[in-house]
Unconditional design. Structure first.
Length: 878
């Protein structure tokens, strides 16, 4: 018999009860519990390893705490459960037995379709209504960003609770009357309010007199007034909205000053009068675009399958704008209807939203709405100085500091620095410019406790406005657009070459310059900047944001990553292929990386460009091993072997032996592995190489020593690698961040085994912070699993499970099959320790399925050992 009958109905009742306003659907409950959304589906529907309508015992108490109920209630029949929830609601005073308030609205009040996230904003509105000291909420944000949807969602919740004690509720939206002038809009608003309140209308009364009458009739009644779309009655002055409707302005002034209840105004522009008030009675609420989690939930609710990396890039590309994301989901849906793959793919990224040909009425309407919003926003910039700032930021995209923008505009447009500062401030006030930091895996920075260094804030023009400006400029004045990009190329290169500039800033500016150079058709110069000033300079390795580099690389290519622009030579095209492949590998887009990687390495080998072949072969072999393609990795090493002669970089030979040792070890050939590692060590410990071309790999040997229970030797060898890196010795001279993170991870395990817990914890945090900062998605799961193993060993099971769930999610997307198996085995051990043997068997079965795909003795032995542990009498009796 199910332990928690009618579980789905009970959970839905809790969501709609308002006992916890943060949780209104399964995925939000999963987020609070730190589990995957699919787990709740298993509790409700059952699975091969889990009984239907049964919450796991460890999760019952946390769910009860979240909703302020008793754990035992979940076992009750639904009718009794519902009765007790109702009593609890009454006890908490969340159900108000009040008369229904008088309500007027000029638009239907209903919860918007596919409304996701916005928890903080909803909480702020709820706080404002409950707090008598707050008399007004000044809600503002870019057009179409979701202000009306937010207000509708909040009002739908208020309506379900009889508006929480309000006496009067007046809801008005100007969004349905965009064609009317200010005076007519104001008159309709005031006349409707007077009629609703039963006031006689004097046809000769001024708008202010009407507003005074309305205020007098409301008196001290607790009143909720919501005015949406106020920007239709505003004009722009220095980035803020000036209301041209004297009557409504008077109403706002008086209700803000001493009105009972709450006034909520919604506009694209922050209201100048409200923004200038210093009293605590006005709550300023600025709304921005969706984040990654919200974008993922949005696409999921739309029925569109997506890769988290692609979803994050699209959310970033469009500034999380709901209409743009809706366009992408509708475009995917239209592809499904035409029998094509409807998942989001890399083809959506980097393309102008206006570059798609809409094929359905929905798509045509969305493009029209987005274009109108962009046009209306650009129309605010009447001054020539504002247009220059706007167009420059549109061409660059994002990634420029205010000081850099000042230098460029002063040089090419003779714009005074104070003018540029003023214009940027006004555009920021008007939500046309946003200020952010480098996009170095921001959504996953919290996975590491070690902080990522702060950088100078960067400016970005609202993406939809930038897109519209660029399309208009390229279509109407293509030669002028090309000339402007050429000027920006020169200016950005000059900024990058300023003495004393940091490596990170120089890299960022060179990447921006390359994009402008290619679009200005200065192909060779842009190519030289990328390869001679960036890729060949070991000082900047890892300094760039991988996503920023990917955006830059995209301008060198046609639609697909294996098709560089034909304006480049054959060698240049293959080097571009190799660079794109390396970047895609790091971001975890392994399927997209394979074709350009193999094409370039084989072309380099056939044409005798051995150095280039070695440089792409290293990361390619690492990717192949991480994704379980050890046979392909061995074939690649065999292809490289004939290149080995007196001129070949000896660091490569050391790395090749290390790779061979790892492959042999995973295949269960420990003696062959030891021989290969000894060959590698002979080079590392005796050779003197001035300028290695290929990174060496020490971590594979250290892992081997740990697995052979030679912990002291592993510690000594790991410390030697650390000393090489600190001294700048050749063995670590060209290491990337992944190798450094791997070395620290192994050192952490060695310290932990020897009982140095604080030192081990610091190293596990540091290795993870390096992977996060370097955006190494393919190898991030391994870092998360390592920290999870540490957490599990010290008894922090909840923290371990959180890391393992994240590792599995990323590893499944990136194809990192070895990390998936490691995570599943760690989950197995956790559940064995907790006595949850059914869970342990389920995770072990999944690990076995993956292991059977790659046929590695190392994992087969681990799985057999775990199976024996589960079946052991002492464990089975738990």
């Amino acid at each position: 018999m199910p332990r928690h009958p009618d579980l789905n109905r009970k959970l839905l009742l809790l969501y709609f009860s308002g006992l916890n306003t943060r949780i209104d659907k399964h995925n939000k409950l999963a987020r609070e519990l730190g589990i995957a959304r699919q787990n709740i589906s298993k509790w409700i529907n059952g699975s091969d390893t889990h009984e239907k309508d049964s919450v796991p015992t460890p999760q019952v108490a946390p769910i009860a705490r979240l909703f302020s109920i008793e754990p035992a209630w979940l076992r009750l029949p639904f009718d009794e459960f519902e009765r007790r929830v109702q009593r609890r609601l009454e006890g908490l005073n969340l159900v108000e037995q009040l008369r229904v308030p008088s309500v007027f609205t000029n638009v239907p009040c209903e919860s918007p379709f596919n409304f996701v996230g916005r928890d903080e904003a909803l909480g702020a509105l709820g706080y404002a209504w409950a707090n008598a000291r707050v008399s007004c909420v000044n809600l503002h944000g870019f057009g179409g960003i979701g202000k009306s949807a937010l207000v509708d969602a909040w009002l739908a919740g208020m309506m379900n609770r009889s508006y929480c004690g309000a006496d009067l509720v007046f809801l008005w939206s100007f969004s349905r009357s965009q064609e009317l002038n200010v005076a007519i809009n104001e008159a309709q608003f005031l006349d409707a309010a007077m009629t609703w309140l039963g006031l006689s209308k004097n046809p000769y009364a001024s708008a202010t007199q009407k507003a005074t009458a309305i205020i007098g009739e409301i008196g001290s009644k607790r009143t909720l007034i919501v005015i949406d779309g106020l920007d239709l009655l505003q004009r722009v002055e220095r980035g803020r909205g000036i209301l041209d409707a004297a009557g409504i302005q008077h109403l706002i002034n008086e209700r803000t000053r001493d009105g009972a209840g709450l006034l909520v105004t919604s506009s694209r522009l922050p209201a100048k009068y409200l923004s200038n008030r210093r009293a605590g009675g006005v709550l300023d609420l600025s709304l921005s675009g969706m984040g990654l989690a919200e974008a993922m939930e949005f696409f999921e609710n739309e029925g569109i399958s997506t890769d988290p990396i692609i979803a994050e890039e699209l959310a970033e590309q469009f500034g999380g704008h709901p209409l743009a994301l809706k366009f992408v989901s509708e475009l995917s849906a239209s592809r499904i209807e035409r029998g094509l793959d409807g998942g989001l793919d890399a083809g959506f990224i980097g393309r102008s939203l206006f570059g798609h040909t809409p094929r359905t009425n929905k798509l045509i309407k969305l493009v029209s709405d987005i274009h109108l919003i962009a046009q209306q926003s650009v129309a605010w910039c009447l001054q020539d100085s504002a247009k220059k700032v706007l167009n420059t930021l549109a061409l660059i995209g994002h990634g420029l500091t205010l000081l850099e923008l000042i230098v460029l505009l002063e040089k090419y447009y003779a714009l005074r620095p104070k003018t540029t500062q003023r214009v940027v401030r006004e555009l920021t006030e008007a939500h046309l410019v946003t200020i952010s930091v480098l996009d170095k895996m921001a959504s996953h920075a919290s996975k590491s406790k070690a902080p990522i260094p702060e950088t100078e804030p960067l400016l970005r023009l609202q993406p939809l406005v930038a897109d519209a400006c660029n399309v208009a400029l390229e279509q109407s004045e293509p030669s002028e657009c090309k000339g402007r990009r050429s000027d920006l190329f020169d200016g950005l290169v000059a900024l990058a070459e300023v003495p004393g500039i940091t490596i990170e800033d120089r890299t960022r500016l060179f990447l921006l310059a390359v994009k402008q150079g290619v679009k200005a058709e200065r192909f060779e110069e842009a190519y030289d900047i990328y390869f001679q000033r960036l890729k060949q300079d070991s000082a900047v390795l890892g300094a760039e944001s991988k996503r920023a580099e990917k955006r830059t690389l995209a301008v060198f290519f046609e639609r697909h990553w294996d098709t560089p622009l034909r304006q480049f030579s054959a060698l240049a095209r293959m080097r571009l292929n190799a660079s794109a492949a390396t970047n895609l590998m790091a971001l975890g887009l392994t399927a997209a990386a394979s074709a350009p990687a193999f094409a370039s390495v084989r072309w380099f080998i056939s044409q005798g460009y051995n150095k280039d072949a070695f440089q792409i072969a290293g990361p390619l072999m690492s990717m192949l091993i991480a994704t379980g393609k050890l046979g392909v990795a061995q074939d690649l090493m065999n292809e490289l072997a004939p290149l080995d002669d007196i001129e070949t970089d000896r660091a490569l030979r050391s790395a090749a032996f290390s790779f061979s040792g790892l492959v042999a070890f995973l295949q269960g050939q420990k003696e062959l592995a030891l021989q290969a590692f000894e060959e590698s060590e002979a080079i590392l410990q005796t050779e003197k190489i001035g300028a290695p071309l290929f990174p060496t790999v020490s971590s594979h040997y250290c892992v081997f020593l740990l697995e052979m229970n030679q912990t002291q030797q592993a510690l000594a060898r790991s410390l030697q690698t650390l000393a090489w890196r600190e001294a700048g010795d050749w063995q670590t001279k060209v290491d990337g961040p992944t190798l450094e993170a791997n070395d620290l991870m192994v050192l952490g395990f060695a310290y932990f085994r020897l009982g140095f817990i604080p030192e081990a914890e610091e190293l596990f945090e540091k290795q993870l912070s390096i992977l996060v900062a370097a955006e190494e998605w393919l190898y991030l799961p391994a870092g998360l699993v390592a920290r999870a193993q540490f957490y599990a060993a010290i008894g922090s099971h909840a923290a371990a499970k959180a890391d393992l769930n994240e590792a599995l999610r990323i590893a499944e997307r990136t194809g990192a099959i070895l990390s998936r198996i490691d995570a599943l085995l760690c989950f197995t051990q956790l559940h064995i320790t907790e006595g949850s043997l059914d869970y342990a068997r389920a995770y072990l079965a999944e690990a076995r399925l993956l292991s059977d795909q790659i046929h590695l003795a190392y994992y087969a032995d681990k799985i057999q050992s775990a199976e024996n542990e589960i079946d052991a009498p002492s464990v089975a009796a738990i």
